[in-house]
Design a protein around this ligand. Structure first.
Ligand SMILES: Nc1ncnc2c1ncn2[C@@H]1O[C@H](COP(=O)(O)OP(=O)(O)O)[C@@H](O)[C@H]1O
Ligand SMILES: [Mg+2]
Length: 272
């Protein structure tokens, strides 16, 4: 009976639950996002498994970035937006009014499409937020700088230049610095919006390797317009279309035997 219900859920748009047994790190229940009258996300319920990578794919304008930004309340900063529904993280609804958004973002961090390091040194890029949160001990800061850069696969290239400007790094290195900056806060969840779209193929492949190694420590949700990338790095893939999630499943299933025709059309390059 349970099995049947699960299968039924999987055939319904927008409502997808893990089979029983997985450890869910983050989930949304009936999430809607409006920009004024435009309903950009139409009641999406997804679950993200701990220590896995989930890709959000779909044609431009279908709501991938909007959904991702909702997960750590970045849409709050865009006036005229309304977000309803639950975003459950460790038993807490991140979308509730009384949430300290600043604290929450220590746990649910974000990396943006274009590398956006501060115009400060590599070292200060990583320690800036830590210091603002009150961390003063130099040894502790040094150690976090080193471990974050190692996890972001950048340490070997910058360890002798930590006090040089971050802006002197290549685009791919800047993006890995932004990943290091995000993980310095020791988040549980890392959200990335097309983090490699501004990078050349070699830098892209380094960022992908970095993400694959990071899932040992973090749960990752990544928006990508690059289907090969989704296929290469993600455990799960959600296909978004016009504010709905049409299909969400293990990546290999979405790419090799999708249940829904429009998913198949999209992943085989017939539209979008
Ligand atoms: N800041 C914004 N203000 C108003 N409308 C927006 C904003 N960002 C996105 N939208 C609208 O929301 C819909 C989804 O956009 P978006 O989430 O950016 O899609 P995607 O990331 O899949 O390309 C589109 O109709 C887009 O025009
Ligand atoms: Mg987008």
């Amino acid at each position: 009976m349970n099995n049947l219900l699960e299968q039924q859920n999987q055939l319904e748009t927008n409502i997808f639950k893990m089979d029983r047994g997985q450890d869910v790190a983050l989930k949304t229940n009936d999430l809607h996002v409006w920009y004024g009258q435009n309903e950009a996300i139409k009641g999406v319920s997804l679950e993200f498994e701990k220590n896995k990578i989930a890709s959000l794919i779909g044609p431009s304008g279908c709501g991938k970035s909007t959904y991702l930004r909702a997960l750590n309340r970045m849409n709050d900063e865009i006036s005229g937006t309304k977000v309803t529904g639950e975003i459950m993280y460790q038993g807490i609804d991140v979308n509730a009014d009384n949430i300290d958004v600043y604290e929450m973002r220590k746990n649910i961090g974000m990396v943006f499409q274009r590398p956006n390091p501060f115009s400060k040194s590599i070292y200060e890029n990583i320690t800036f937020a830590l210091k603002r949160h009150g961390m003063k001990d130099k040894n502790e800061l040094d150690e976090i700088v080193e471990t974050s850069l190692k996890q972001a696969a950048l340490w070997d290239q910058v360890k002798d230049n930590l006090h040089k400007s971050a802006l002197a790094l290549s685009g791919g290195q800047q993006q890995r610095l932004c990943i290091a900056r995000a993980i310095a806060m020791k988040p549980d969840i890392l959200l990335l919006d097309e983090p490699a779209s501004a990078l050349d193929p070699i830098s892209t492949s380094k960022v992908e390797d970095t993400l694959l190694s990071l899932k040992e420590h973090y749960t990752i949700v990544i928006v990508t317009h690059n289907m090969q990338q989704a296929a290469r790095i993600s455990d799960y893939t959600a296909f978004f279309y016009m504010g709905n999630v049409i299909e969400y499943d293990e990546t290999r299933k979405v790419f090799t035997r999708p249940k829904i025709q429009s998913t198949e059309d999209y992943v085989s390059g017939h539209f979008g």
